[in-house]
Design a protein around this ligand. Structure first.
Ligand SMILES: Nc1ncnc2c1ncn2[C@@H]1O[C@H](COP(=O)(O)OP(=O)(O)OP(=O)(O)O)[C@@H](O)[C@H]1O
Ligand SMILES: [Mg+2]
Length: 215
C-alpha cells in the first residue's frame, strides 16, 4: 500500500481538499483507497466512493491501519490538518510521500520553506495549489513559487472552483468533468513523485523522526 500525507503548518492551503481529490483520483484509477481524517473538526458527512476513516480521536488507529494493510494494494491518504507539528513529524516518518500545499501568498511560501527545512527529506515536497488561470495573477504567483527549491516541488494543480464539492456535507454524486480531470491529474502527479522517491533509503531517524511511536 502507498502512504501519502497532505499536511503543513499553514491553514487553508487545501490539505483536506487535496486529500479528497487524491483519494477520488486513486479510486478512479481502480485502487482501493482509504482517506484518514485527523482534524479535530468533524469529518465531512455523506457517502464517498473511497473509505473515509475518522482517526482524529485515536492516532493509534493510523498505526494499526498502516500495519494491517501494509501488503495490500492501493492507497492510504492522510489529511494532516493544520498546526500540529508533532503529529506532522510522526506522520512524515511513516509516509512514502508527503505533500505540503502552497497557494498564492507569501505567507504560504514562508511556512512551506520552514516545513521543508523541518522535514529535511526529499519525500516531503511542496505542491503548488490553486494555480490561477489569469495570466497576471499567475505572474504574481510565479514570483512566490520561484523561491521554492525545484527539487522539492512535486508539481502544480490548477484552481478549479468545483472542488468545493469534496467538502460539502452531502451524499456522493459524480462530479463535473473538470473535477474528475483534477482528480486524475493529482493522482498522476502523485504516482510520478512516488516513482522518483521509490529508491530512496528509509527516513533518517536521527533527524528525530520515528516510524512507530504515536504522538
Ligand atoms: N485547487 C483548488 N481550486 C479551487 N479551490 C480550492 C483548491 N484547493 C482548495 N480550494 C479551496 O480552498 C479552501 C480551503 O481548502 P481546505 O479546507 O481544503 O484547506 P485546508 O488546508 O484543509 O484548511 P485547514 O488548515 O483549515 O484544515 C476551500 O474553500 C477549498 O474549496
Ligand atoms: Mg483541512
Amino acid at each position: 500500500m502507498k502512504l501519502v500525507a497532505i499536511l503543513g503548518s499553514k491553514g487553508g492551503t487545501g490539505k483536506t481538499t487535496l486529500a479528497h481529490t487524491l483519494s477520488y483520483g486513486a479510486t478512479l484509477a481502480g485502487y482501493p483507497t482509504t482517506l484518514v481524517h485527523t482534524d479535530q473538526r468533524p469529518p465531512v458527512k455523506g457517502s464517498r466512493p473511497y473509505d473515509y476513516v475518522d482517526c482524529s480521536r485515536n492516532y493509534a488507529q493510523i498505526t494499526k491501519l498502516i500495519k494491517d494493510r501494509a501488503d495490500d494494494e492501493g492507497y492510504l491518504v492522510i489529511d494532516g490538518a493544520g498546526n500540529r507539528p508533532h503529529l506532522d513529524l510522526w506522520l512524515t516518518g511513516s509516509m512514502d510521500l508527503v505533500l505540503v500545499p502552497v497557494t498564492n501568498s507569501a505567507e504560504d511560501v514562508r511556512c512551506a520553506l520552514q516545513d521543508l527545512a523541518r522535514f529535511d527529506d526529499p519525500r516531503v515536497r511542496v505542491i503548488i495549489n490553486r494555480w490561477p488561470a489569469n495570466r497576471l495573477v499567475r505572474m504574481v504567483m510565479q514570483r512566490y513559487v520561484n523561491e521554492l527549491p525545484d527539487s522539492r516541488v512535486a508539481g502544480l494543480l490548477p484552481e478549479v472552483g468545483g472542488v468545493r464539492v469534496f467538502l460539502e456535507d452531502q451524499d456522493w454524486e459524480t462530479p463535473s468533468t473538470k473535477v474528475n480531470n483534477q482528480a486524475r491529474r493529482l493522482f498522476r502527479l502523485v504516482e510520478n513523485n512516488l516513482n522518483t522517491v521509490a529508491e530512496l533509503p528509509p527516513f533518517d531517524k536521527s533527524a528525530g523522526v520515528t516510524r512507530v511511536s504515536v504522538p
